[in-house]
Design a protein around this ligand. Sequence first.
Ligand code: GLA
Length: 349
Amino acid sequence: MVKTPFGTLADGTEVSSWFLENGGTRLKVLSWGGVVQSLEIPDRHGRHANVCLGFDGIEDYVASTPYFGALIGRYGNRIGKGRFTLDGTAHQVDVNDGANSLHGGATGFDKQVWDVEPFTAGSDVGLHLFRTSADGEMGYPGTLEVKVTYTLTERGEWRIDYEATTSRATVVNLTSHVYWNLAGESSGTIEGHELTIAAGRYTPTDSGLIPTGELADVSGTPFDFREPKAIGRDLRAGHLQQLRAKGYDHNWVLDKGVTAEPVQVATLRDPGSGRTLKIATDQPGLQFYSGNFLDGTLVGTGGRAYRQGDALCLETQGFPDSPNQPAFPSTVLRPGQTYRTTTIHTFDA
Ligand code: GLA
């Protein structure tokens, strides 16, 4: 594991970059936002490529909000109007996406510096990332003690373990916002990637991308990814839900539901390189976002501009707006409880 200086924030805080490698996977992580700046894996001929979007400099991470590679908290995805009531108390969290709150507010966990501690455990190598989110940060109740662990195994898997405790009842929904392009960062569109999601239902949204509460059947719709399907195949089908989101930007209701252990729920494959990503999670939802807001205004690590559909996100999560949707699996955390969730990324070619 190698630690190098990455940059300095306006207030003088130093941001570090960590490099770790195991089982053919190479990972670069920043103390800023817990960002995965790059992740290199081999193709079917053993040739490595970085398969994640990112920026070269700290200034771009500070200035822009595509959430490239970042840890997301306290609440991944949206909370309608940034409002919810918990145990009879109304809370207003930061509104940063039209009328709604997105990804924890304007200075969510992606815009914070984390304490990073490297570790090795048997054949595993990894990083523990810590931060304390003060009571009231971005409007959320309770002091939240957060620990996220990134582990690279000898088989090259990248595992994320999230843990949090709170001093007051609150809501928590942590996730990772890596943008994948298995053909390689800066290589163009992901429309040829094949995606499989083990979900017979998804949560349709209103025009602000807040779930309506319905769990809609994917059968006969562009949202059916139960068999491997090229992302581009139905991307332009013109379904009202796609028109609202400019493509796919929805939560799939994983058939397995909440599980005690991670279960494999999605496979992404680039036929050209053979690179395959499998995702296992214990969470009930998966947000598939087809990079709809990338608009050619940001230049990435490869020195080229990112355009719509140049990468996609697969965010394991509780459902968006759960704090306002009693029928959705709960995202409430109370004092004395520990929030614990795991997502495992397995690579193959
Ligand atoms: C998530 C959201 C999208 C978008 C991206 C970041 O995937 O669901 O609507 O905000 O993050 O641009």
